[in-house]
Design a protein around this ligand. Structure first.
Ligand code: NAD
Length: 428
């Protein structure tokens, strides 16, 4: 272990090809996976043409590996697909701090998704509700017919609820919730097919008219939860004591807890960790985003998805709970070659384990942002990387990129106009 950690510590000092070689050895990946992960042989335009409409090509993003993540006792390299600098470094740094207490501990609830059926044109809403609930078992059996495989795997329709929406711009109506255990799928197709199947029966039983039949992205039955403890002494750096940093982080979190303006940015910081892994595994990040923010507002006021507090030893304890509708089966996870390779890279083959890893990365990313904000400020660490992007945007190439970035940071003028002027001077 000590040797492996030593090995990992230098990951960011390695060249890109050395990093690939190290991961190949560590996770026993094939040459084919390596070609996909390096980007040499990823999603082809021909494959892409089968995925969406009117395809003309593909669009690339950087993929980096966050290190030091130990989730439920297992060390896992984390692939992150993202355009923003500092995210991979921030996640890795916080994951390293978490090793003092064994890393992240995560679990998930059952992979139950909700499908909604809107029933209109009813006078006797309460009676219609009772009639539906009375035949719940037969409705569940009907819905199960569309996906025998899912049922065989232990999933399928599990419950049915009927909600009465008493106030809406078109007056009152009923909503049927079909609860389906989708196992290792994200579940949108599975759910949508099942609720469409119920249309006829629901109209027959209630005498109403079914309009919408669609998945809800507020997947509040499919929660992923992570917790982490950071030793107070591990939080100290530069002139900051561990206690200063700990209390600063708790105060920063309290701000997000109490104020939606802050909470939006706080949760965005969490999603900085979540989305890159969701994307790297071919999952639907809009669905995950929608679920996260709706869940953050579930009590009527938008608030923080995470909590930060002091434990009995004076150490910093964090938790994150959010819906995470991600799959390892179906959708783009099966079609995109990099999504498959990334699951092998992480050694993951179930949706629940994937969600446990992703929620842990979200918690780490949250900590990275709060720690920076509550101490030196976000810009100091960010500026060097930002300066590199500005340098590239101004036209710097090769070694010039770092030279120009350093100069911009020195001058405290990280602007593209200044970068262009310096480049011009150098070229003359
Ligand atoms: P899917 O329909 O492609 O695959 C799920 C099916 O695979 C199951 O129904 C089952 O028959 C089979 N299967 C085999 N092994 C399984 C296992 N171990 N666990 C579970 N199922 C197994 O995929 P999906 O997840 O239902 O649909 C995902 C796609 O739907 C995504 O691409 C998403 O973008 C899209 N989508 C999203 C929304 C939304 O979020 N509102 C709406 C529509 C579509």
């Amino acid at each position: 272990m000590a040797e492996k950690e030593h090995h990992n510590k230098k990951f960011y000092h390695l060249t890109r090809l050395e990093r690939l070689a190290q991961l190949k050895a560590e996770m026993h990946l094939s040459e084919a996976d390596m070609a996909v992960l390096s980007g040499e042989k990823s999603l082809s335009p021909v494959e892409a043409d089968h995925m969406i409409e009117n395809v003309i090509g593909t669009f690339s993003l950087p993929m980096g590996i966050a290190r030091y993540f130990r989730v439920n006792g297992r060390e896992i390299p984390i692939p992150m697909v993202v355009e923003e600098p500092s995210i991979v470094a921030g996640a890795s740094f916080m994951a390293r701090l978490s090793l003092g207490t064994g890393g992240f501990f995560a679990h998930t609830t059952a992979p139950e998704m909700i499908g909604q059926v809107q029933v209109l044109d009813l006078e006797d809403l309460s009676s219609a509700r009772m009639k539906l609930l009375a035949v719940k078992e037969s409705l569940l059996a009907e819905a199960a017919k569309v996906d025998p495989l899912l049922k065989e795997l232990g999933g399928g329709p599990k419950d049915l609820e009927v909600r009465l929406i008493s106030e809406s711009p078109i007056g009152p109506f009923l909503v049927v919730h079909l609860i389906v255990d989708v196992r290792d799928a994200m579940g949108a197709n599975a759910i949508n097919t099942a609720v469409e199947r119920l249309t006829h029966r629901v109209e027959e039983i209630t005498g109403g008219r079914v309009l919408l039949r669609i998945l809800s992205n507020l997947a509040d039955r499919r929660l992923a939860r992570a917790r982490v403890t950071i030793l107070k002494n591990d939080l100290a750096f530069d002139g900051f004591t561990g206690k200063d940093v700990r209390d600063g982080i708790i105060a920063a979190w309290a701000f997000a807890r109490a104020d939606p303006y802050r909470a939006a940015t706080h949760n965005k910081g969490i999603m900085n960790g979540i989305d890159p892994v969701v994307i790297a595994t071919g999952n639907d990040w809009r669905a995950v985003e929608a679920g996260a923010h709706a869940y953050a507002a579930r009590n009527g006021r938008y608030t923080s998805l995470s909590t930060w507090e002091k434990d009995a030893n004076g150490d910093l304890a964090g938790t994150l709970e959010m819906p995470l509708a991600v799959g390892t089966i179906g959708g783009a996870t099966r079609v995109h070659p990099a999504a498959q390779a990334n699951l092998r890279l992480m050694g993951i083959d179930s949706a629940s384990e994937l969600a446990q890893v992703i929620v842990s990365v979200g918690l780490a990313q949250n900590l990275a942002a709060l720690r920076a904000l509550a101490t030196e400020g976000i810009q100091r660490g960010h500026m060097g990387l930002h300066a590199r992007q500005v340098a590239i945007a101004a036209g710097a190439k090769g070694d010039q990129i770092n030279q120009l970035a350093e100069k911009l940071v020195q001058e405290k003028a990280i602007r593209i106009d200044r970068a262009s002027v310096i480049l011009k001077e150098w070229r003359n």
